[in-house]
Design a protein around this ligand. Structure first.
Ligand code: SAM
Length: 333
């Protein structure tokens, strides 16, 4: 915190003693994809997102409370015309050491280089299938596998510190291509993480235990690698053959439902509507947008953040509280 003006309650620690150092900021609740497990069905309602200036101010307040990493997410963050400005503001904020982005990859071909220049060093790209027709079925006709793959190539060429692929496993949809997805990721120089479906939309989940068994059945040998586990993902070392050539790399597993990682949670989320959400799988939220707009000083906003996180629940309630969950497309995963 040296050099940063201190704010109340600094640094952020929740009631469980977990230090909160990672902000996930959703820049929009709009998306050019319509993934049925993420988007709510029915008529679309959109909230006015935080402006560039409001986002920058919030990031600065969080940084002064001890947050060191920011992930820009959505909806689809690349739909924001001022994304590069927001990324530049975030990476230039004193105290912020890392800016990352989560995207569906559709616009990455043109944006990879500019994002890196704006200070984004890590990318997560969602990729649930390698079959263009299945992708269109799941995510809508705007979704183009060809563009996503071109985006991944552009990201690799640009030289990001890390490019990860995120795959949500859906029963009856992609269980048959898990091995192919992993081999694809390794060829592309990326690590793929399998995400257990959380109950925000449609689709039937597949547990992490079953995902590991499916990988083995699909030709991926897996070995534990406890040294390589960070964030919510547990990693295993994997090896396989790709058209006769040996290939190997890491595989990540994020099991919000069956292999819960709440005890290590260091996150806070701000949804597209400016609501602070201490837990992705909870109901509680604090509306920050009105405070940012009515002249409330930084100290007071910081105090509200500290107060909200002090009562962050010990574990998420996704297994028993479906009806009360806030939207995934607004919160940003
Ligand atoms: N549009 C961007 C993207 O596609 O990555 C960012 C937002 S999206 C909400 C962030 C992540 O949440 C994606 O990796 C997506 O697959 C994941 N996600 C969405 N709904 C989910 C669900 N019900 N269960 C698990 N992961 C989900």
């Amino acid at each position: 915190m040296t050099g940063l003006p201190p704010l109340a309650g600094n640094p952020l620690v929740d009631a469980q003693g977990r230090a909160i150092t990672y902000l996930r900021l959703s820049l929009t609740d709009r998306c050019n994809f319509r993934c049925s497990y993420c988007s709510p069905l029915g008529p679309e309602r959109h909230e006015e997102p935080l402006s560039r200036g409001e986002a920058a101010r919030l990031i600065s307040i969080f940084a002064r409370l001890g947050v060191r990493r920011v992930r820009l997410t959505g909806g689809e963050p690349t739909l924001r015309r001022d994304l590069l400005d927001i990324a530049r503001d975030a990476s230039g904020t004193p105290g912020i050491e890392e800016v990352a982005l989560t995207t569906n990859g559709q616009a990455l071909h043109d944006l990879a280089g500019p994002l890196l220049a704006a200070g984004v060093t890590r990318l997560n790209v969602s990729l649930d299938t390698l079959d263009p027709a299945k992708l269109a079925d799941l995510s809508g006709r705007a979704a183009s596998l060809e563009r996503i793959l071109a985006g991944l190539t552009a990201a690799r060429t640009a030289g990001f510190e890390s490019v990860k692929l995120n795959t949500v496993v859906l029963r009856g949809f992609n269980e048959g291509e898990l091995g192919d997805l992993v081999r694809f990721a390794w060829r592309a120089g990326a690590t793929l993480r399998f995400i257990e479906l959380m109950p925000f939309g449609d689709g039937q989940p597949v547990s992490l235990a079953e995902i590991r068994a499916l990988l083995v059945a699909q030709g991926i040998r897996l070995e534990p690698d406890e040294t390589r586990s960070w964030g919510p993902a547990r990693h295993m070392r994997g090896a396989s053959r790709d058209g006769g050539t040996p290939v190997s790399g890491l595989v990540g597993f994020i099991g919000a439902m069956t292999e819960n990682f709440c005890e290590g949670c260091n996150r806070v989320r701000v949804a597209a509507d400016g609501a602070l959400r201490a837990c992705l799988g909870g109901r509680d939220q604090v509306a920050l947008k009105p405070l940012l707009r009515d002249g409330t000083p930084d100290q007071v906003i910081a105090a509200r953040i500290v107060e909200a996180l002090a009562s962050k629940q010990e574990r998420h309630r996704m297994a028993d509280d479906h009806g009360g969950l806030l939207s995934m497309i607004g919160t940003g995963g």
